[in-house]
Design a protein around this ligand. Sequence first.
Ligand code: SF4
Ligand code: SF4
Length: 295
Amino acid sequence: MTSQGMVFNLQRYSLHDGPGIRTTVFLKGCPARCWWCHNPESQLPMPEISSFQKVCLSCGACFDACPERLDTATTCTLCGACTEACPTGARQIVGREMSADEVMASLLKDRFFYEDSGGGVTFSGGEPLCQPDFLKTLLSRCRDHEIHTAVDTAGLCPPETLAEIAPLVDLFLFDLKCAEGKRHLQGTGIDNGGIVSNLALLSRLHANIWLRIPVVPGFNASEEEMCALAKVSSETPGIRHVWLLPYHATWTGKQARFGTMATGATQPAPPTMEVLEVFAKIFRDIGVPTSIGGQ
Ligand code: SF4
Ligand code: SF4
């Protein structure tokens, strides 16, 4: 199994990625391109430069430090000289190769918090199943230490990969964004056929799945779409709970930093609590335990 992987964040004391207090390990790389993506730095599988214009002083230190005398991502060698020279942290390299030993050393620091709170470790991204060997190594090491594990996935992997990973995971947080194929493709750049069939496969292999649905105005925030998603939820035996995650607009600032903002991208208002309650009732009415926000 691979003992090296590309990580872009280790978030300690996380309360929104599964039960209890958790550390979330964010692995880099995702084939989807959801326009509202809150983690655009997760998409590319390699390190990249982040440029936070709001705290840039326009001092030029980054340009002076660059051995290439260049400031463009296309010719950047990711040497890091500009980030070291930057006095404000406006310029950063996001993503680094980490060993499983390094990641585990960080995770084990908080094992008492996990034990006391009923928490553990969540692997997220990006799509963590894009680094299956590294993920398997980390999951096995967590199991050796009796640490509860969750994997936050959009099911974007070959079915064989999912089948190999499933026995090593205590809880799956499965992101399903839209049941209708054409709309899913328009919003995410990915056909949902493989995702839906992977969810069906997982439900045969694993009995502890939480379905997470981002509620995004202009994409899936309609009663018609929620009825379709509720039907999938009620017909998928492994799904224990559904979480409706209200869209919020924080993605715009981050996408500006990474240059991933689509031309003409809209910024719809978040769904109101009244609308979310109507959607949650659609699920609850057919017997699917459903909550708004949080996990
Ligand atoms: S990381 Fe290195 S090559 Fe890339 S822009 Fe900064 S100084 Fe130049
Ligand atoms: S060194 Fe930092 S603050 Fe100065 S111009 Fe470059 S990014 Fe801006």
